[in-house]
Design a protein around this ligand. Structure first.
Ligand code: TRP
Ligand code: ZN
Length: 880
């Protein structure tokens, strides 16, 4: 097995791309940097004093990255150093001593920074975002993750406007200055790469708490939010304390500084950032109370608070050697946050949610023009690689390791990884080596998951021999060529299985267990099971044991059998999804053949059994009725018929709604949650099922739906039920729709985060004038084109969640999105490059739509100042 050959995929080098294979260690090191900031809106002064060491014997210049900086002064060992050149993307210094103190003064303009990378202003506050390559917008520096230095930071600012001045590490000192200014200094004892640097200056409300670590140290916890928001901070703080405890219990990781701070800001490109000791969060992932946030918001906050906290060990103490290794910290940390949510809440429900993300979004990315392995081999703009592939598929790869090793050996691997690499910047290979050495399991072939892109397809067939009591399963794996990589090889695919008999009991397999993990390591492999006395129904890829697509010729009855009897809840859900997708494809075909659509009684009966079950977790029941999204379903076809897909999916949902109407009504009433709102697993499950029922009731019986929605909105004590009312009213165009939407707007128009939910509903409407409505909403009093959350809610939701109207035949959706991208190109290219996704994943569309899209992409390509973020995606899309 250790003879794994590597087939070279021919790489034509492109001047705009950076390649993993070109990695070289830095020719200079920096072991400490003392920063001083004088904060002013338009002219902030940054003084950086670094101690620099030449690595080895050489005469090469020192190249320091820098962007949008004004160089004011440059001293080497305290004297002017004329041997420097300002070059594209930075500064080149020559004739340097072996070791020296480098003092650089730069001036920057935070107010003018609309890209939210580097130092910028969010509302009234100064804040920073340095990952991946934002520190170079603060000062000239060796801005690469393998250069790790000890940081101190001194900040001065107006005391009234910016009473809080924060940075990484522990506070050291503070004092007052003339002119109403003051200063604070911080010191971070842990060497870190520049991307983990953070600074915040502002006026906040602060929630304080403490956590005592397992070794008895007391850590101060401080959560900073815009003034007036203290009533929305409790959940985030509770989540943080849960995360700290969980990481000690499950991973034996203890926090290492005396203080942990979180600052919530309204203007942020992503979810949150794990800066050492000073996390900066999109306020969406902090602020929540019963009135303003849904159950899903509560769960999302818990997960993201956990995620950023968990980075302290997986990311900060041990970081990435280079950005190609991003999944080293992200895949692993997503795995950890998923486990955190699963241990605290429902494991199956979390698993289903994660798999939905893979199927609805990651598979499309892997099949599209931006396809890349979880460890990309080349990158133009690093910001484009904070992807579902690196994060979510990266987590699936860690999960497969966990499946192959088991919890105990996996934890031993983690321990060895930390013992070897604490304080270092390392590679994915280093991580795998620790896992392999600790477990003694050969991971040579497994490692291919890091270098091969694309979603493998696993074809499963079987044969039962009654005379020999023998059951055989044959697995064939194949990965289609992807945009980035033509040649694909076999991967190590763990397949968790269970075999069910006619009564629904799981058969005993080897060593008396009722389930097992098969290791598929070849293109084709057959597994033989002895002492099997009847032809079983196989439950395959239990728990989604590998991020693959798979096919087995299940009959409808076999799928129903799995829905009823699979011991793994995920597998029950998965069987329901498979059954739904089967009839979705069939009905699309029937529409295309001008035949009537149909849904067999057996389908309805199967789902009826699920709906009325007294035994199943209500959250699982609700999930069983949440089918693949229209966007996700596009991946099920080689050629998508947008119209037919939409109609077939709607047909199936309304058939279920009509056939199970009385059951939905019963369930709706049975699952009402009484009393005070609590975001606890059991109540969340009941609300989810009741609101799912409401949606189906509204579809089949608008009069009753209307009555229930109006009542629910009038009497509910929480945002989950209020919003569910709006969603039902909109999706079934209920009579109350305009009124409930307007009332909501009047109640919440000052709260942008809440209005995001309202914008999403507006943008997701199934009506022919939805685009005109979206355009009109740009003038809405709660909309702000400069706020990424608002943009994603209105523009993003329309393009991503409303495929039927976004892909309108006249190309109006494409034209509209392109107009927004042109505006954003200069202002915030990172956000632009995220919003473009539905415009580049077009290979399954018809020729007409493809041409309309290409026309828009060419418009972008012709911009003379097209940002690299967009250029990378547009050029790759057009090359398809
Ligand atoms: N490291 C962050 C996380 O995973 C991601 C992140 C936050 C980010 N802000 C960013 C990445 C800006 C790129 C640019 O939690
Ligand atoms: Zn992360």
């Amino acid at each position: 097995m250790s003879q794994v050959t590597s087939i070279e995929n021919t790489v034509e080098k492109n001047s705009k791309e950076k390649y993993l294979s070109d990695y070289q260690v830095s020719n200079y090191e920096i072991d400490s940097i003392d920063l001083e900031f004088e904060l002013y809106d338009t002219t902030t002064l940054v003084k950086a004093v670094s101690s620099v060491i030449r690595v080895g014997e050489h005469q090469q210049p020192l190249f320091l990255f820098g962007e949008q900086l004004q160089l004011k002064k440059l001293l080497v060992n305290g004297v002017n150093h004329p041997d420097y050149k300002l070059v594209k993307g930075g500064l080149e210094l020559s004739y340097l001593p072996q070791t020296f103190t480098l003092e650089i003064h730069t001036e920057i303009n935070p107010q003018a920074n609309t890209s939210f990378s580097g130092l910028y202003k969010s509302g009234g506050a100064f804040c920073t975002q340095c990952e991946a390559e934002g520190f170079r917008r603060i000062t000239y520096y060796l801005d690469r993750p393998d250069v790790m230095a000890k940081f101190t930071t001194k900040i001065s600012a107006d005391k009234d406007l910016y009473p809080f001045l924060l940075s990484n590490g522990n506070p050291v000192d503070q004092g007052d200055l003339d002119n109403g200014r003051h200063w604070v200094s911080w010191s971070d004892p842990f060497p870190k790469p520049a991307y983990l640097f953070a600074l915040v200056g502002g006026d906040f409300d602060c929630l304080k708490d403490t956590f005592t670590t397992k070794s008895g140290r007391e850590v101060a916890l401080e959560l900073f939010v815009d003034k007036g928001n203290l009533d929305k901070t409790a959940h985030a703080m509770i989540s943080l304390k849960k995360a700290m405890l969980w990481d000690e219990q499950r991973f034996n990781f203890e926090y290492d500084l005396d203080i942990y701070m979180i600052v919530a800001v309204d203007f942020f490109n992503m979810g949150a950032m794990e800066n050492k000791g000073l996390n900066i969060f999109n306020s969406k992932f902090v602020l929540a109370n019963a009135q303003s946030a849904t159950d899903q918001d509560f769960l999302g906050i818990e997960a993201v608070i956990g995620h950023e906290y968990f980075h302290n060990w997986t990311g900060n103490r041990i970081t990435c050697r280079d950005w190609f290794q991003l999944s080293l910290k992200e895949g692993l940390t997503v795995f950890r946050d998923q486990e955190f949510s699963s241990d605290l809440g429902s494991r199956s429900v979390n698993r289903i949610a994660n798999v939905k993300t893979m199927r609805n979004h990651q598979f499309a990315e892997d099949a599209g023009p931006m396809s890349h392995p979880i460890r990309p081999a080349s990158v133009m703009e690093m910001n484009n690689f904070y992807t579902l592939t690196v994060y979510e598929k990266g987590s699936e790869v860690i999960r497969m390791l966990h499946t192959l090793l088991g919890e105990k050996a996996f934890q031993q691997g983690m321990e060895l990884y930390v013992a070897r690499h604490d304080g270092q910047a390392v590679t994915c290979d280093d991580f795998i080596a620790a896992m392999q050495d600790a477990s003694k399991i050969d991971l040579t072939l497994f490692k291919r998951w890091y270098s091969q892109s694309g979603t493998p397809n696993v074809h499963v067939s079987d044969h039962f021999d009654l005379s020999k009591n023998c059951y055989q399963m044959t697995f064939k794996q194949k990965t289609q060529p992807t945009a980035d990589q033509k040649i694909k090889q076999a991967l190590h695919i763990p397949i968790a299985i269970e075999l069910l008999d006619k009564q629904g009991n799981a058969l005993k397999l080897a060593d008396n267990k009722t389930n097992t993990i098969l290791s598929l390591t070849h293109t084709e492999q057959t597994f033989v099971f002895q002492n099997i006395s009847e032809k079983p129904v196989p439950s395959l890829f239990r728990g989604f044991s590998a991020p693959v697509k798979y096919q087995y010729a299940y009959s409808d009855l076999q799928l129903l059998h799995l829905m009823n009897f699979a011991s793994d809840e995920f597998s029950r859900w998965d069987a329901g999804q498979t059954l739904f997708n089967k009839y979705l494809a069939l009905n699309v075909q029937r529409l295309q053949d001008k035949q009537e659509m149909k849904l067999p009684a057996l389908f309805i009966e199967g789902f009826k059994g699920v709906l009325v079950s007294e035994l199943l977790d209500p959250a699982l029941i609700a999930n069983m009725f949440e089918f693949i999204s229209e966007t996700g379903a596009m991946e099920l076809f080689d050629r998508v018929d947008i119209e037919a897909l939409h109609r077939a999916r709607e047909f199936m949902l309304s058939q279920l709604a009509m056939a199970l109407h009385s059951e939905f009504v019963t369930v709706y009433h049975a699952r009402q949650v009484a009393g005070e709102y609590l975001a606890i697993t059991a109540d969340i499950a009941d609300r989810q099922l009741a609101n799912l029922a409401l949606l189906f009731i509204a579809k089949a019986d608008p009069a009753l739906g209307n009555e229930l929605v109006v009542k629910q909105i009038a009497h509910c004590n929480n945002m989950t039920d209020h919003l569910a009312g709006l969603v039902a009213a909109n999706s079934a165009s209920l009579a109350c729709r305009e009124t409930v939407m307007q009332d909501f707007e009047e109640k919440w128009f000052e709260n942008g985060l809440v209005m995001d939910k309202w914008f999403v509903i507006q943008a997701s409407q199934d009506r022919s004038d939805v685009l005109d409505n979206v355009k009109a909403l740009f003038k809405h009093r709660s909309f702000d084109f400069n706020n990424p959350n608002r943009l994603r809610s209105l523009v993003g939701a329309f393009a991503q969640n409303n495929p039927y109207h976004f892909h309108a035949e006249d190309g109006s959706g494409y034209h509209f999105l392109t107009e927004q991208l042109i505006k954003l190109n200069k202002q915030n290219p990172q956000v632009a490059a995220r919003l473009i996704t539905p415009l580049i994943q077009f290979k399954r569309l018809d020729e007409n739509r493809k041409n309309l899209i290409k026309k828009q992409l060419n418009r972008l390509l012709q911009l003379d100042d097209l940002a690299l973020d967009l250029y990378e995606k547009v050029s790759k899309a057009l090359k398809q």
